[in-house]
Design a protein around this ligand. Structure first.
Ligand code: ADP
Ligand code: ZN
Length: 755
């Protein structure tokens, strides 16, 4: 007869496993918990765990058979698996914490968006409220006095004419959940749970756009990429990352589209990163049109999504319904499974670098993720970053190039205008040669783009008598005059004041505007060509939400003759009727204390010039400069990337700058100058003790932008080839140093923002 007693040897076996859990919003505290046998849990799982008298949410970092902690408690709940993070993303987060010298909790926050963490219990269900019966007017009049919030909610529902989410109603009418419950009790509204999903592109319709037949150069590139798309078994190394160097208008996007198509046919998924999604509407549209006819949904991730939309897109991806994700840098963390390809378009763009902790670089994370997932990664650019091109030379990346534009369209002809000669007359905004060229285009009904990377009317207000310049009270910069708003504005902190009519110091009326911004360019062109339609695109115009789309669409349909803009018109836009591009001041970004100044200028000039001559008529570009012989300007003139690269890489090597080292920028800020300075110097001394070998530590010194947002800033730079070792040293030193409360220290690994 079988015994019902449990054999005694089984009592010693653990009836559970153990997990290490990092708690949300707790300063990164990590605890062990037990999980009963049979409950599924894995690294990345989200759990609810007891902490003292409460329960908190957290993420499982590890699963183990044993725990050294005596008396561990059981987890309260393991959340549904589709609320968790896949193990690859967990790995990325822990890698970021080590590499970028940030707390693991901060890295996890980048990987699993806040809106998902907050709402994972309820993401499938939202409470909807429906109007059942509107009370009679007499009752409503009574409500007006006694319960105005109830009345407001009813009116809102009536106006809506259909069901509405309780949370939305609460937001729009100030009615709390208690108010809704009261209305429900009276039988005026019904509340029910419903699954809803918001689709941010529900109002859009896309015309189907079939694949184009690739030309010979494109086909060669495509073949190489396809070879890397074959799925790889575990243990087999990932294919080498590709760097696609293709001139502007060479058909790179078409290659991305076809490679992604191929990945989908294999039943796998793909991520397409673009620098700033709001500035690349044409790319998004091309993707949506291409895949509109297939069964594959495209998810779009960008910073303008509402919390609800972001939430839904995330779950659409996590559940496998969307297999293509297109988005800005954070889309590299899209929770896709079975990834076949990551594309990084315009891989040289600085906007891939996140300027708050974790200060990761989207392109670098893409390369890392691809290697973990053993999938292909394709970096594309007309002006590759020095880092990526260096990796080609080291044999780490494979170079693919397209040297000609589609259909052999000519590269635009670039003329450099020496403004030193022009200014002998009277420092004009637009040189006489550029004016003549503009006149010709306006007469021929062709379109022109004028580029200046500085908004506003003039860059500063200067008193001719006493020399006073209007300065920002919070930052060490002068205030920019914006004529349309009649304000002087700080471009760093946003401080604004009414534009003065006389000098605030000596009261002399001779206060003068100095320097040129886009607003002045627009004004000058319009005055010279009163009949032409001149429009402007910059951050000021963009304050109106639809302005970007409207202006671009007016430009595309030929309703605008001359478009004046900042760098937002430099990127990825394709206008066949543009035959002239004028660069108003090519020197703007050139003479600043940033070792990337030359590289950035070369890239910007090449990209802007690339907007010209994309149609049947050849394009022409005028570059105005006071330093016309700068290498960045001369090499871009000849479309000579290799030439530029050769001389720039030599300079970087000589000075031990990236890509030969990693540059770490430590910034120390305080409202009190002395404390910022003292803290920076103390930190420099402490870092010097036990500094890992091969690290070059600079002196603590005032930042180029000495004061910003009311804070004094000090910088310390470190350079090294072995970054993780340095990050560890930094973390250890920072953890031990007791900085005063008002001192803020940030660490930026592979920094871009050096001002
Ligand atoms: P890039 O991304 O390199 O700037 P695009 O992919 O935007 O270039 O291509 C530029 C233009 O050429 C687009 O209008 C695109 O539709 C067109 N194009 C690309 N490839 C082909 C092709 N193989 N045949 C015909 N037109 C093409
Ligand atoms: Zn300011």
């Amino acid at each position: 007869m079988p015994s019902s007693k449990t054999p005694s040897f089984e009592l010693d076996k653990p009836a559970c496993r153990f997990v290490r859990v990092i708690l949300d919003d707790s300063g990164g505290r990590i605890f062990d918990y037990a999980v009963p046998e049979g409950v599924r849990v894995a690294p990345g799982s989200r759990v609810r765990v007891p902490v003292r008298m409460r329960t908190l949410l957290g993420t499982v970092l590890e699963v183990a058979d044993e725990s050294e902690v005596p008396g561990v408690r059981f987890v309260s709940e393991v959340l549904k698996s589709d609320a968790g993070m896949n193990p690859v993303l967990l790995k990325l987060a822990s890698w970021m914490a080590d590499y970028y010298c940030c707390p693991l909790e901060t890295a996890l926050r980048a990987v699993l968006p806040q809106v998902i963490r907050k709402s994972e219990m309820t993401h499938q269900q939202r409470q909807m409220v429906r109007l059942v019966r509107m009370p009679e007017e007499a009752v409503l009049a009574g409500l007006e006095k006694r319960a105005p919030l109830q009345l407001g909610a009813l009116r809102m529902l009536e106006a809506q004419g259909g069901p509405m989410a309780v949370s939305e109603l609460a937001k729009r009418s100030d009615a709390s959940h208690a108010v809704v419950r009261a209305l429900e009790k009276k039988g005026w509204v019904a509340v029910e749970a419903e699954r809803v999903e918001r689709d941010p592109s529900r109002h859009e319709h896309f015309v189907e756009a079939p694949a184009l037949e690739l030309n010979a150069e494109q086909a060669l590139v495509f073949e190489r990429v396809c070879a890397a798309l074959e799925p790889r078994a575990e243990g087999v190394a990932a294919p080498k990352p590709f760097l696609l160097h293709g001139v502007t208008g060479s058909g790179k996007t078409e290659i991305y589209l076809q490679a992604i198509q191929k990945v989908l046919e294999q039943g796998r998924s793909a991520i397409m990163l673009v620098p700033e999604i709001s500035l690349t509407p044409q790319t998004v549209e091309r993707f949506k049109s291409r895949f509109s006819s297939t069964q594959h949904e495209v998810a779009v991730l960008h910073s303008h999504l509402s919390e609800g939309e972001r939430h839904d897109e995330w779950h659409r991806i996590r559940s496998g319904r969307a297999k293509i994700v297109i988005g800005a840098r954070s889309a590299v963390f899209a929770p896709l499974e079975n990834l076949g390809l990551i594309v990084v378009d315009e891989e040289h763009e600085p906007s891939y670098k996140q300027e708050e902790s974790p200060r990761y670089h989207g392109r670098d994370i893409a390369v890392l993720r691809a290697s973990i997932e053993r999938c292909a990664v394709l970096l594309g650019s007309a002006t590759p970053s020095l880092e990526s091109y260096h990796n080609v030379k080291l044999g780490k990346y494979e170079l693919l190039s397209i040297l000609a534009r589609v259909d052999d369209k000519k590269m635009p002809f670039i003329r450099i205008i020496d403004m030193r000669m022009e200014s002998k007359k009277q420092s004009p905004v637009i040189s006489s040669k550029l004016l003549t060229a503009l006149e010709l285009r306006i007469a021929r009904k062709e379109q022109s783009i004028l580029f200046l990377n500085r908004r506003g009317f003039s860059t500063s207000m200067l008193c001719e008598k006493c020399g006073h310049v209007c300065q920002c009270p919070n930052c060490s910069v002068s205030l920019t005059f914006h004529r349309a708003a009649n304000r002087i504005v700080c471009h760093i902190c946003g401080h604004l004041a009414l534009a003065p009519t006389k000098c605030p110091e000596c009261k002399d009326p001779g206060i003068r505007q100095q320097g040129t911004g886009t607003e002045r360019v627009e004004d000058v062109v319009q005055k010279i060509f009163p009949k032409a339609v001149v429009r402007r695109l910059d951050a000021d115009v963009l304050q109106r939400k639809e302005a970007f789309r409207e202006t671009l669409s007016a430009f595309r349909t030929g309703k605008i003759d001359v478009l004046v803009g900042t760098q937002m018109i430099a990127k990825g836009l394709h206008f066949p009727n543009v035959t002239l591009v004028g660069i108003i001041n090519a020197d703007l970004g050139l003479h600043i204390p940033d070792y990337r100044a030359g590289e950035r200028t070369f890239q910007l000039l090449t990209q802007v010039a690339g907007r010209a001559g994309r149609g049947d008529v050849e394009g022409e570009v005028f570059v105005q400069s006071y330093t016309p012989f700068s290498p960045a300007i001369q090499f871009s003139r000849h479309h000579d990337f290799e030439g530029f690269w050769d001389q720039e890489i030599e300079f970087r090597q000589q000075w031990d700058y990236p890509p030969f080292t990693h540059l770490v920028l430590v910034s120390v800020r305080s409202e009190h100058q002395a404390r910022a300075e003292f803290s920076a110097q103390t930190l420099a001394r402490r870092l010097a003790e036990g500094l890992p070998e091969g690290v070059i530590l600079g002196e603590a010194s005032p930042a180029p932008l000495e004061k910003s947002h009311g804070q004094f800033r000090y910088h310390l730079t470190l350079r090294t080839k072995a970054i993780v070792r340095l990050s560890r040293h930094l973390k250890a030193v920072l953890a031990k140093l007791p900085f005063p409360e008002d001192v803020i220290v940030t660490v930026d690994v592979d920094a871009y923002q050096l001002m």
